[in-house]
Design a protein around this ligand. Structure first.
Ligand SMILES: [Fe+2]
Ligand SMILES: [Fe+2]
Length: 496
């Protein structure tokens, strides 16, 4: 099972050629996927050669393969981590029983829903990011964007395989629907809110890959604990790709912060107008982007108190982040202490009261705890960049109650520290905390392609190192002669 068949029409390590029916069904889905990719994938670069990594093995060295390929020719494959001998269900009511190799009838609908919801985010993010290539700050960043995009495409393949192999005809219909929904479309939107928000500038892209892909990481970690073995093995391999997406995000934001710090030092001022006039993004503006994308992504974990979450855990469909670090894998006892908005008129932040929530009903919040802590570490690393530049300013992570649209804090207002505030105060101050129309326009004004070898836009510092041992100033994208300039206005040059 560990062996990868790379020459097959659909590269895989799931023994696809032994199941002709399934193979035919997936091959029938393939042209629709390519049509979707051409229509909704990165616009303007499909004929260019991109320096991409391709999975050739699921082992440790599986990512060693890099080459220039046209994106439509990328070898999207179906890969699973190897089967673990004697794997048992790690949590819930069936704790300790052998992991499922088949979907039990009573959990069929729940599992399908879980898989479809995860699957839907994969093409959604590609759609959200499809125009970004046209304003890339460097060839290196352009390549990283496309690497993320093709891997989200591969994640879609991974999930579609599960739908086809586990759910028969229903699964095939769901797989068709995944190519039919469109991010931000009024009639047929993607399932989750954040995945319908436009990602129109690179600061948003880097925040998205930091905070929204990190939500993905935690959802995948929770599915990696699933009783359903194929879901667990599929998501474990996806996590290896997710790590790169978060690297792109964290280092991307870090480089924007670094540039802001450098410009402040160079000009000897913190005045945002002067930083902006110098073509960099001031720290208060970066903070607003952070607030927006963090708060949006925090919603993706769902309600703080959730009977769905309790049912998923009970059935072993999802586990906690690193389930093995818990002592009690059944979680029928114990409570989670939660701050909930107190009752009062007007829903305008009446103060918080502490409530004891049965542990299983708090599973979304338990996962969110792991996420928030992970995000804190990221912000800490960004602040080290400022420390190194001897800047006194610091970035911060807003409280999880800030700016929520799902869960118990919805309809109440909280400041970034999580203190309840009135509706009036929220209206008066939200422009200090979240991007205003003017901020959006400013950041947009900086988004111009910068695609010569070794060139970099004014608002971001170059990376510490290039990809796979290559220097930053390198041909990460080889433009197709016929398409150069199409929608770009930038002729690649050998400067730098
Ligand atoms: Fe993904
Ligand atoms: Fe991702």
């Amino acid at each position: 099972m560990g062996n990868v068949d790379l020459n097959a029409r659909i590269p895989n390590n799931v023994g696809l050629k032994e199941d002709r029916r399934l193979q035919r069904a997936l091959e029938a889905w393939q042209p629709g996927f390519i049509d979707w990719w051409m229509e909704m994938g990165p616009e303007g670069f499909q004929a260019d050669q991109i320096y991409l990594r391709t999975a050739v093995d699921v082992g440790r060295d599986g990512w060693a393969h890099f080459e220039h390929v046209k994106m439509p020719d990328y070898r999207w494959g179906i890969f699973m981590s190897p089967m673990e001998d004697g794997r048992v269900i790690p949590c819930g009511d069936f704790f300790g029983q052998p992991a499922w190799q088949q979907v039990p009838g009573e959990y069929r609908n729940m599992l399908r829903r879980i898989i479809v919801t995860q699957a839907d985010t994969e093409p959604a993010s590609v759609e959200q990011q499809r125009l970004l290539g046209q304003t890339a700050p460097s060839l290196y960043d352009l390549r990283n964007l496309f690497q993320v995009n093709v891997e989200e495409g591969r994640h879609l393949w991974a999930m579609v395989y599960l739908l086809h192999t586990l759910f028969g005809r229903d699964g095939r219909e769901e797989a068709e629907d995944l190519l039919r929904r469109r991010s931000g479309n009024e009639d047929s939107p993607r399932i989750l809110g954040t995945f319908n928000e436009p990602v129109e500038d690179w600061l948003s892209f880097f925040m998205f890959t930091t905070f929204t892909d990190r939500d993905g990481k935690f959802q995948l970690l929770s599915l990696a604990e699933s009783a359903l073995d194929q879901l667990s093995r599929t998501t474990r391999f996806m996590l290896t790709e997710e790590a790169h997406h978060m690297f792109v995000g964290e280092t991307g934001v870090g480089r924007v912060i670094e540039r802001a710090g450098e410009v402040m030092n160079e000009l000897g001022t913190e005045d945002p107008d002067k930083i902006r006039a110098h073509g960099a993004i001031d720290l208060p503006t970066i903070q607003k982007w952070l607030n927006r994308w963090f708060s949006s992504s925090v919603n993706l974990f769902g309600g703080e108190q959730s009977s769905n979450a309790a049912n998923y855990f009970a059935a072993g469909l999802k586990g906690r982040y690193k389930e093995e670090k818990y002592e009690d894998h059944v979680a029928l006892e114990g409570a989670y202490e939660m701050q909930v908005p107190g009752s009062g008129s007007g829903g305008s932040g009446k103060g918080l009261i502490t409530e004891q929530v049965p542990m299983r009903n708090a599973m979304n919040e338990v996962l969110r705890d792991g996420y928030v802590q992970d995000c804190e570490f990221v912000v800490g690393r960004w602040n080290r960049t400022l420390e190194k530049l001897e800047r006194p300013e610091r970035m911060y992570l807003p409280n999880r109650r800030f700016n929520r649209e799902i869960g118990i804090y919805t309809g109440h207002h909280f400041d970034p520290e999580g203190n309840p505030i009135s509706h009036e105060e929220w209206e008066a101050k939200k422009g200090q905390w979240l991007p205003s129309a003017e901020d959006l326009e400013f950041v947009k004004s900086l988004m111009k392609p910068c695609l010569g070898h070794g060139q970099i836009a004014s608002w971001i510092a170059p990376p510490k190192k290039g990809i796979n041992g290559n220097p930053f100033a390198w041909e990460y994208v080889r433009f197709d002669k016929a398409s150069v300039g199409v929608g770009l206005g930038a002729e690649p040059s050998l400067t730098g």
